[in-house]
Design a protein around this ligand. Structure first.
Ligand code: ZN
Length: 104
């Protein structure tokens, strides 16, 4: 399989975030711009129903997820309470990083 085919296939894989997971394998961002649509959820229960719908493993619990369809990145996260909600803002950045081509 050509590298371009592998990259194209990966572009449609959903990204995900686990609360306290340490990632060992990193593949850096390959894009410099991306258009995104963000959907807030009020709870991780509602969020996980969306993450499972976009194809993530329903045996896992996610703190955020995203998927790229054509050139648009769709990010699903629980809405941060405010600027001090560093965890929720970190998850938002994690998913945005996926939409810019990074994966783990
Ligand atoms: Zn991730």
């Amino acid at each position: 399989m050509k590298l371009s085919s592998i990259i194209a296939a990966l572009a449609f894989l959903p990204g995900c975030a686990f609360a306290t997971y340490i990632y060992n394998d990193h593949y850096p961002s390959t894009l410099t711009t991306v258009k995104v649509e963000i959907e807030w959820f009020d709870s991780e229960v509602e969020l996980n129903e969306m993450c499972w719908r976009i194809g993530l493993d329903s045996r896992n619990h996610y703190t955020g997820c995203s998927i790229k369809v054509k050139d648009i990145g769709y990010i699903y996260v629980v809405k941060p309470k405010d600027f001090n909600d560093h965890f929720r803002l970190e998850v938002l950045g994690h998913e945005l990083y996926h939409m810019l081509g990074a994966y783990h």
